[in-house]
Design a protein around this ligand. Sequence first.
Ligand code: SF4
Ligand code: SF4
Ligand code: SF4
Ligand code: FES
Length: 655
Amino acid sequence: MVRLTIDGRAVEVPEGTTVLRAAEKAGIDIPTLCDHPELTPYGGCRLCMVEVEGVPALQTSCTLPATNGMVIYTNTPRIREARRLILSFLFGDRNHFCMYCQVSGGDCELQNAAYREEMTHWPLQPGWRPYPVDASHEDFVLDHNRCILCRRCVRACGELVGNFTLGVRDRGAQTMIIADLGVPLGESTCVSCGTCVQVCPTGALIDRFSAYRGRDAEIERTKTVCVGCSVGCGVELITRENHLMRIDGDWEAPVNDGVLCEVGRYQPLKDERARIVTPLVRKNGTLKAASWDEALDVVAERLKPLVGRNGDGVAAIASARLPAEVLYLFKRIFADAVGSGMVTSTGWNSAWASIVKSGRVSERGLDALKSADCVVVLGTDLVQDHQVAGFFVKRSLPQGTRLVVIDPADNALSEWAHYVLRPQPGTERDLLLGIMAAVVELAGEQSNRDLSEHSPELASQRTGVAADEIRRVARVVASSQKPVFVYGDGAASNGSAGIVETMAQLVNLIEAPGEGYPALVAVCGQANGLAAAAYGLDRAFSVGGHQVAYLALGDEDPDQALVQPLEGVPFIVVQASHVSAATTMADVVLPVETWAEQEGHYLNLEGRLQEAHRGLTPPEGVWSNVRVLQSLAEKLGITLDDGWEQALRARVPIA
Ligand code: SF4
Ligand code: SF4
Ligand code: SF4
Ligand code: FES
């Protein structure tokens, strides 16, 4: 620990802490612009300058390490004069006609800093020249006129997202933020995660969806969980008068540290599907509005005679994006009380079912990825799916992390990989055994394993991957301090469960010095796919001779694989928030809330149980999924319990 004095207050902080963070700890506020707690200190804007006793020049507190005995002053006349000069330069450099700017009036850190210094005008004659506005991106706009070159966006794109799309061109007054080698943002390698927009302190990077629709003082923020996939990122819903305007990453969320992907940040804002706001019952071939009581009566009357008929009674499927409470009630009604043998979830074809059965849930979480020095990825494309997990991999590469991608098919992560192994489809397990044999070779006499029947040469014949490549990858994983093996749905879904077991054997074979390593991490499925599998909602969905199909979709848009089997089913009930191919086929439609309107729990891929909170009020006439199932159970004479958490804990370890 080091001890220093800031504005007369004694402060004690761990070694390596900057003066800025030490001041924050002491409750002393130093103005900043280029600093961001999640980014490496840069020291570019100079606004955070402080006086250090015995040092002639002012120092930037965001880059200055605190040392024992330091005496710091943060608010002397000299410092305040320097701050005003810096702000004058920033306002004079580019066009900051604040009255036309969407963040003016409380949301702009530059403007707020000027108000704080009681600046009422620009002391320097502005020498503005027009800069371009890049409006080529679908989700946000970059107005170079408002840019103060703080480089937060550049650092966020590299350090947090690992995408390195943004950079800086030229020097001095010519300096510009650029995408790639100077292409429009919309044509760049940007993956639309929006992290740069979230960190921009001015109106230079603005979001198309929320721009000019409300300032911070007029909006509400609700912390909840993204249901885009099983990573389970923490989000903040930004709402105004019950409209969803923006989604920010929650900087305090332990899973994602504030970072989101395009699916979590922008897709919900682009949802243009028609909302269902009243129960519908088919009469004379047409869906007609009905009361809740009437609609539930119709459903209950069709279900009652089917109780106990497990072969051809009810086929029931629930979305794996629904909260655990809903999935549990769904299972209690249809599997336990009605007794149907076909009760499942839309996550049935993911790897979770076999993982739950194998007892391998959450051996290590995503934190293992954040500090890995070697990552082997098999059976998933982390650029397309579970993208934030992919960001953790990509952002570690500049620190020297080696990336190995094993995939018979095209995999976008390969572009980032040091080693890409493309075995023939179906031979992934042989390849892993070949790598194991090569690891044993490396260990020489220290190993008592005999894997000669899987030698790299034999594995090469079986997989089509050169023996040299197999040995090279084996050397990389065996010499790493903190290797992590990531597998996705492709490695463990139907017919290929042996791959996960072999991967686990490979992990056991390697002796890595890093504590908790080597690690095996599953990155699979939908938001609550793990919970659905834990409740046993994991059967392959098929409808054959069933009298009723009951679909609890929530806000999931059903794909063709879900809709097509419904052809010919005599009676279809769909519990959903939006119009879809399934609701148009339904005999009864029960309107329910969306993810942003609901409460409940989600179990992410690490086995972390997270609570979702309601950020929007559903339209009148729309019920919660829980209320619909409880009311239906009542009409069927079924008694329900709230043992959802206990049932989960009985099947999977919960972090
Ligand atoms: S949206 Fe994401 S990937 Fe695109 S430039 Fe911004 S930080 Fe980089
Ligand atoms: S665009 Fe925003 S975050 Fe990026 S350098 Fe300019 S002001 Fe800073
Ligand atoms: S990685 Fe998954 S949970 Fe995280 S923001 Fe993207 S879709 Fe949402
Ligand atoms: S915040 Fe310290 S130099 Fe910008």
